[in-house]
Design a protein around this ligand. Sequence first.
Ligand SMILES: Cc1cc2nc3c(=O)[nH]c(=O)nc-3n(C[C@H](O)[C@H](O)[C@H](O)COP(=O)(O)OP(=O)(O)OC[C@H]3O[C@@H](n4cnc5c(N)ncnc54)[C@H](O)[C@@H]3O)c2cc1C
Length: 487
Amino acid sequence: MYYDFIVIGSGYGGLSAAALLVKNGFNVLVLESHSKIGGCASFYKRKDFLFDVGATTLSGVRNDQPVGILFNELGLKPKLKKIDPGIVIGMNNKSIFRYSDQERWIEEAEKHFGEKNQKTFWNEIHSIDNLAWQFVNKNYKLPIRNLNDFIAISNPSNLKFIKLLRTLFSSVEKSIEKYKFSDNTFYKFLNEQLLITTQSKIDEAPYLTAAMGLVYPAETYYPYGGMYKPGELLMNYIIQSKAEIKFKEKVIELKQVNDFYEVKTMKGNSYKAKGIISNIPIWNMAKITEGNIQNYFSKYSEKFNSAWGAFTINFAVEAKDDLPSVYFQIHTEKEIPYCNSKSIFVSFSEKDDFEKAPLGFRTVTISTHTDVNNWYGLTKDEYEKRKELAASSILNIFDNYFAEKLGNEKLFLLSGTPNTFEFYTQREKGFVGGIPHSIKRNLMFMPPNVTPFENLYMVGDTVFPGQGTPAVILGALNVSKRIMDKK
Ligand SMILES: Cc1cc2nc3c(=O)[nH]c(=O)nc-3n(C[C@H](O)[C@H](O)[C@H](O)COP(=O)(O)OP(=O)(O)OC[C@H]3O[C@@H](n4cnc5c(N)ncnc54)[C@H](O)[C@@H]3O)c2cc1C
């Protein structure tokens, strides 16, 4: 069988690209190494409970944002609930409510961090975010690869976006000097908030992507049934359109042969297609290719040779009380052992989400950043010791904050390290969350979606525009437009 496109991987990047191609009449095959869709946004079940393995919050769902655009285009309606406050931040024995409404949030920020310049700062952040969304929606030939892309971007109607350029090359730290914030806790707040979005701190994060990251909790949505559920809609759309998704089909070789590509899988199967959309990280691409294609990905892998890993904990718990949000970031004074963060991100299932937990219970996903090097090259005993120490420290932070609201018993308690992510998603070294944004390696220098090889495209969080479900979906939307341009 000869396909128009083979999509490698069924994370949000791969599923979105496949659904868009199918909609446009292409004959598509999706090959997924795991037994389920979702990758970093996947799930597992234990009895009546369903646990998200990584991602839990959906954003970018407005009609002018990637998730909204994709689902509208396919005529699909995921069951979502807007969460307000989008996140509650527990720091210095206080709870800060990140309200959706801008004015209400500014009042809250002034209450906690002092009145000086909070309003001007947040108004600026929101206006950069707004302009940035307008820019990316209007310009899909990004990052600029050649003269044609340059001509497209040089359109006079883009002049109003020129002010964004400065924010791309200036760090948050530098950009906010003018505000002279004197409260150190505000810098800590910014650092930990940025770590979950740009994957970097204020000295490294470009002001542009930081603005988008800081505004994201204003539009946070909870997907009923699990983070994979909108992805399941995409999967059903693909299957109903008579395209195929094959599970447990790990791709181990990708070769360009004349004017088509040949893909071999671990099961010993071989498939051919005119084009490839790869949803696997750039580091993994270098392992399954050869010749010029391999050189291309090896160069990018060397240039972007590090990313964060994640330490996660899942369990179910009895909920005694209502909670002000389902998403929390809890800050701590000391770094968590073998993790490189001073905060944990906690997500609960909604109390009426009975696909995830029975009445009176909630499932919980906790995640924090870790350097992957903490978890490799260890004896089994040392690995288990570190895992135990990190987990108990995280659970301590959790228990201190939620003590009165939840039952004591933690059901189906499991923790995961970068090794776990590597095992289930195949991601090299368990690197997750894409390539950290920095002023030196900002958006425009990220590996592009279009490669120099005819009909070989990349989607996912290690290529433009980076990490998070809205970003990988934007990458898929851009790739589909590029392909349609050629049709
Ligand atoms: C702990 C954690 C929390 C996060 N929280 C959020 C959040 O709240 N909101 C948010 O928007 N984002 C969040 N993110 C980021 C988000 O999950 C990812 O950026 C996004 O899901 C990545 O999607 P992807 O399509 O690029 O890749 P992946 O999800 O990695 O999908 C790639 C797929 O390819 C498959 N695959 C790999 N190798 C092969 C092969 N050789 N052959 C066939 N198949 C293969 C994998 O099994 C996987 O299914 C979080 C990430 C982590 C780790």
